[in-house]
Design a binder for this molecule. Sequence first.
Ligand SMILES: Cc1cc2nc3c(=O)[nH]c(=O)nc-3n(C[C@H](O)[C@H](O)[C@H](O)COP(=O)(O)O)c2cc1C
Length: 384
Amino acid sequence: MPSRRHVLSLLSAAPFAPALAGCASGNLPDAVAGWRDPGAGETDPRRFALAHAILAPNPHNTQPWLVELDDADGMTLYCDLDRRIPFTDPLDRQITIGHGCFLELYRMSAGLKNYWPNIEFFPEGEPTPRLDARPVARVTLGPQQAQPNSDPSTLQIVNRHTNRNPYDARVPTAEQLDALVNVVVGMGEEYTGGVYWTNDEARVAQGRDLVWRGWDREQRTEGAAAETFGWLRFGRREIAEHRDGLGMSGAGIELFKMLGQLNREQLIDPDSSANKTATKNWREMAMTSPAFLWITSNGDTPSMRLNAGRAYARLALAAQDMGLAIHPWSQTLEEYEEMADLREEMRAFLAPPEGETVQMLVRIGFAEPVAPSARRAAQDFIRA
Ligand SMILES: Cc1cc2nc3c(=O)[nH]c(=O)nc-3n(C[C@H](O)[C@H](O)[C@H](O)COP(=O)(O)O)c2cc1C
């Protein structure tokens, strides 16, 4: 079993990955092709929307979505149950948020073709305590309308990426952060939770320390380590073969591979230089956070998690539109036993109103852009 220290630290290679665009490996498919002109040439608006929806943020990039295209305009969304991350997400809370992100991108992009879909959550009932084989949502396009979706952030679907670079010293202003709050407030009755932020120097310093300790704790928790390890993809070839997970590529990675220094055994050694560098890099990410923002829901039912995902998707796209970099930092929100004390500490720090559950916590600021993450082909998500 790999030790905790090695695994997440490897992820530090990701921020230094060069743009993967167009970098197909040998005869393997281009892992980032999906980001270029999604749905081009599609005559079925559902397939057009699907090509956008799979670009949604989702935990560990497991891409846990399965769809059935039924009737003339229907799409039923299921969870691909084997693509969950049960150790760090024992309640499927984060995976459900990822489905909410998918649904929101489906809705927004269908709007580009003048459809304003109707979305019904859990049409055969809410699963509990975890997701099951029943549908997550049923979406119908309805009649084509005169007006398209003209929300400019929809066009950011292809530009939005989780930004794991160190962030600049420049602090997002209250006006900028409030504009993001208003994106979610604009969902009206569809969203019953809240969005909060801090850019206060002293409070941000406390937040940095907490998110860092959360990362460190997760790194030292063996079950979490093993789980993450399974979703790491090393080098261009592996990324192209899988087109999912947390990819690391770039000259350094390829060179390490060539030298035989990037085998899994080496990388589980906590004292390897790769791991030490990685830990240093992740600490820099935490310590350069200029502001934090968090999304809550008024309760924690599966439907509320879906809505939290919808809110996060909208907020992330709006942030992209404003030139803001965004990076979820979830460890201290996770429900596994080894995280319990830090989870409590984080809750006390964020102090959401009574009854609200923090669903997403992100650092937010300004940073150099990052390369897109891999995606499987849209067709691969369609269940026959
Ligand atoms: C619910 C949720 C939790 C996430 N938590 C983290 C996290 O703790 N750390 C991190 O680096 N990324 C986190 N992410 C970002 C995903 O890893 C990212 O969306 C995925 O790898 C795909 O990359 P992309 O967002 O650039 O398309 C989270 C995303 C979601 C939706």
